[in-house]
Design a binder for this molecule. Structure first.
Ligand code: KG4
Ligand code: ZN
Length: 349
């Protein structure tokens, strides 16, 4: 079955076609970063309007790249939440209307389930096993994006236990805010990470929040304040900015790694998958590879383009649910807040 995936939860329009027989056929992402940069953050109404402009052209482009027409589609998957309500409604409306006109089922996908399953889509063996009806070996998922930082115990597809989450800023949000206070343009996370490459390790030291007590929750807002104080008291040169960026990145990466190790211990699982925009961070990838190796565990990351928001992960999660017989009725409903633990389990076909 070929499934069209549509992602419009925030500031990226993502469209993809996933084929349960052949894997990802084509995907395209249009980022609204330039539109929001002058405001220093995402403006919800502008985001919705831009999704209105971009969704249909991206669908045409993606189908053309895949060499397919709408009549080849066996289903349409769309992000129904969590996210910005207006932005979600654009994708949901287009998806539902398209599915209705083609007389194929539509499926509402949880954005974080998309992120969480993305690493499995990229692994041909895992993909084949899932489509042959075999559940994956249980794993711990670290979801680290601009809006979320969560550790999730995955007992099967659709069977998710929240093990821990951030009490304030998400890791990506902390990257972006820290970059901003050191004068980098929005969204500064990837730029901060790039600058950190030139920083000297140990030139500055920041704390590893909430690692001195048991538990799997995170808190990143205090780190931002530590950086602000260090930056204000410094000579504010490029070299110092790089040193501070390095120390900040080390603190976030260490904190995430410590909690991942605890989550593996708590669940007894031997597999870790990492997804969400911060999963593109090189140092985090290196650190978690080393951690997994030390413990004889496995770690999986999707390629960086599938870590950040995209339609492919939505098409894939939707395809697994559609293949199991799940689908929506004709209503267009979105869930700006949506607890992943309430999702129905998926009995693989
Ligand atoms: O998953 P995503 O594309 O969107 C959300 O659902 O939030 O994640 C975007 C977040 C942003 O906060 C961005 O700064 C961060 O991921 N990010 C990074 C890197 N690339 C993206 N943070 C640290 N290092 C990176 N290389
Ligand atoms: Zn995301």
């Amino acid at each position: 079955m070929k499934v069209l995936g549509i992602e419009t939860s925030c500031d990226e329009t993502g469209v993809a076609v996933y084929d349960t027989a052949e894997g990802l056929r084509a995907h395209a992402v249009y980022s609204q970063i330039a539109l929001h940069a002058q405001y220093g953050g995402v403006v919800p109404e502008l985001a919705s309007r831009d999704h209105v402009r971009k969704t249909l052209p991206l669908i045409r482009q993606t189908l053309a790249e895949a060499g397919l027409s709408t009549t080849d589609l066996g289903g349409v998957a769309y992000t129904a939440g969590p996210g910005l309500v207006g932005a979600l409604l654009v994708g949901a409306g287009v998806a539902r209307a398209l599915a209705w006109s083609l007389d194929v089922p539509a499926i509402a996908v949880h954005h974080m389930e998309g992120h969480l399953l993305a690493p499995l889509m990229d692994d041909a063996e895992q993909r084949a096993a899932l489509h042959a009806g075999r559940q994956p070996e249980p794993f711990v998922a670290l979801l680290v994006s601009g809006g979320h930082t969560q550790l999730v115990g995955v007992d099967g597809i659709g069977r998710y236990r929240l093990l821990g989450e951030t009490l304030d800023d998400a890791a990506g949000e902390a990257f972006d805010k820290t970059a901003k206070l050191m004068g980098l343009p929005y969204p500064g996370g990837p730029q901060l990470a790039a600058i950190a490459q030139q920083g000297r390790p140990g030139a500055f030291t920041f704390s590893r929040p909430m690692t001195d007590r048991p538990g799997l929750d995170f808190s990143f807002s205090g780190l931002k304040t530590q950086v602000l104080l260090a930056w204000r008291a410094s000579d504010q040169t490029e070299a110092t900015r790089a040193d501070i960026a390095r120390a900040f990145e080390d603190a976030v990466v260490d904190t995430l790694a410590i909690k991942c190790a605890r989550a593996l211990d708590a669940t007894g699982f031997r597999r870790l998958v990492v997804s969400g925009g911060v999963g593109a961070n090189r140092r985090l990838r290196e650190k978690l590879h080393a951690l997994a190796e030390q413990r004889g565990a496995a770690v999986g990351f999707p390629p960086p383009v599938l870590c950040t928001d995209n339609g492919a992960m939505i098409a894939f999660a939707g395809a697994l649910r559609l293949a199991a017989g799940q689908h929506e009725d004709l209503g267009v409903q979105v869930m700006p807040r949506w607890d992943m633990a309430t999702l129905p389990a998926v009995a693989l076909a």
